[in-house]
Design a protein. Structure first.
Lengths: 209, 209
DNA sequence: GGCATTACGCTACGGGTCGTAGCGAAAGCT
DNA sequence: AGCTTTCGCTACGACCCGTAGCGTAATGCC
């Protein structure tokens, strides 16, 4: 959310229903029109609000779509499936399911592209979308260490680099498979991918120590 | 290129200089303005051609930028560095160097985002950008098999799936590292990544047979 | 209740870009 | 020469942008 409730106590409060209606209308427009043909006037009409109301809450198309897409990732969880491999497969399948939805496909890559020239937008994406994914990696790693499937890493710097690497490999591979190669990240693919990743990490910690 | 020389023999030929000027102007505008603020009228002015000339050769912004960005990937090669690990590290560093350029960063993700709703554009990207990268994977794999670093794969279907997986992992990880995480894919990162990938593939072929 | 304050819906506007049509001139080929 | 295609240029309607202005609605504070 744009989250602006710092010290405003008096006056008419902002309609929370308008927020949800606007974000839902944004996703609807993303599905029907895609990023490039999406206009803020159309979104406002779909949401049943005035165009000026939309501009009072979001600075522009970029910020609006980031918030609309971010809500899709709220459902990401890390269920305990008993083993590291199963945990990874589960969360990767969830991630792939989200990326398979057209409102995510058309919106996510577009805002990432815009963020290459807009640091504030990049930070917004990091805070509302990427961080949630990163936490799953950290949580999965900690759980695997408790299980004894991964050795504890004493060096915090090395641990951070490894987590970053895993994150880029996992998220990047799924995104590339889905959006560039245009093939589904189905169960068979996820199994192969998880196998290579885990074997690589295991061999690394075995011989790298 | 847009490649339209099927049967036109008579009449004034199209200026080849205009093509290169337009594509160069497109990359220049991508650096200065980014994808969203790039306008075809501005590109035409930069290139010193009329706007109508530009529209006669490209259907729109998407196709133009794909061609302009595609030329950046022409320099991709697979130099023989003696080992599979060194070959991979070399080509990944080349790929990362291209993605570090601002004209590639702002343009590539944007056209990929557009391609999620445009099959013809997706095919254009595949033919002019992705295929070249895929060939490097195939060539590297064949070279490693000649060296004996990778076992020959008798099943062609399984071999194709493995190559697809490697391709998505490599390209996806580099792209995600560079454009989403916003951190450089420098030599240290590439070395760590290559190590995990190769160990994973080696263990897979060792135990998977 | 009355008042200040903020949000809302609506209309209207200048500015910019789009993509195309139409024209005369230029540059090739036969 | 004559034919054909491209080029540069101008002009145009259409669309979207982002904002200003106004009257109205909904809250908190006195």
């Amino acid at each position: 959310m744009q989250s602006r409730t710092p010290a405003s106590r008096t006056g008419r409060p902002r309609s929370a229903a308008a927020d949800t209606a606007i974000l839902a209308a944004t996703r609807e427009a993303l599905v029907e029109l895609g990023w490039s043909k999406l206009t803020l006037g159309d979104v406002a009409t779909r949401a049943g609000v005035a165009k000026t109301t939309l501009y009072r809450r979001w600075a522009g198309k970029n910020e609006l779509v980031v918030d609309a897409v971010a809500e899709l990732f709220d459902e990401l969880e890390l269920p305990d499936r008993g083993s590291l491999a199963a945990d990874i497969e589960g969360v990767v399948l969830q991630f792939a399911a989200i990326l398979a939805r057209p409102e995510a496909r058309s919106g996510l890559m577009a805002v990432v592209a815009e963020a290459t020239r807009d640091d504030a937008l990049r930070e917004r994406i990091r805070a509302s979308i990427v961080d949630r994914q990163m936490r799953l990696v950290l949580e999965g790693r900690a759980r695997a260490q408790r299980r004894g499937e991964l050795p504890p890493e004493p060096d915090p710097g090395e641990a951070a680099r490894t987590v970053d690497l895993i994150f880029d490999v996992v998220a990047g591979a799924v995104v590339h498979r889905t959006l560039v190669s245009g093939k589904p990240a189905d169960e068979a693919w996820v199994r192969s991918f998880t196998r290579v990743l885990l074997l690589g990490l295991a061999s690394q910690s075995a011989e790298g120590a």
